[in-house]
Design a protein. Sequence first.
Length: 224
Amino acid sequence: MKDILQYPTSQLPRYSHYSPVQYRKSSYTATLYTPTHYTPTAHYTPKQNSSTRYTASNYTPSHYTPSHYTPSHYTPSKCGRTQCRSSPVALKPARSVRFPNDIVFQDHIRQGDLEQIGRFLRAKKVRLDTIYLSGMAALHEAVLTGNLECVKLLVKYGADVHQRDEDGWTPLHMACSDGYPDIARYLLSLGASVEAKNESGEKPGDLIDADCKELVQLFAVGCA
């Protein structure tokens, strides 16, 4: 206390000399806070977070969108192709259904498939005297197609030119009725009967259309 009293009054610190140093904005704000240590973008915005570690390299292109998910593991392999390959398995029984040889052979005759007809006949898979559900035999079916070569092939393998269908028609009846003079001439050359009658009492010549001049002439000259 004695020391304070001995200190000259003129040398005591003033209040005005104390306030500016510790409190005024010019000495505190500029040096310690605002411009230097926080605002610049070097430490935070571009390098450490936005560009390098997150947006472009490590996440979007490489690890997610093209390579690991969309093409390989889901769309083509596991779902599209595998399930599509399983579809034919469900249809396989339908393709393995087998029809009787007579039905298949009848279809080949109607299509005029001489190669398949010959294959069936050589393998003896069918009988030529069989009456199909249509009520006709193979030779009748062939005559109705107008295919002379098919008729000749069946005759070669033993088809009977005198065979009758369910209504008593011979192949010659059908050739005359449907207007096939070439087939009628061929059957006549093999001895087909012009006197054979069907169940309605008709002979082959009775079924000839008057407009079919070639058939009319054929029967007019004695079926020569």
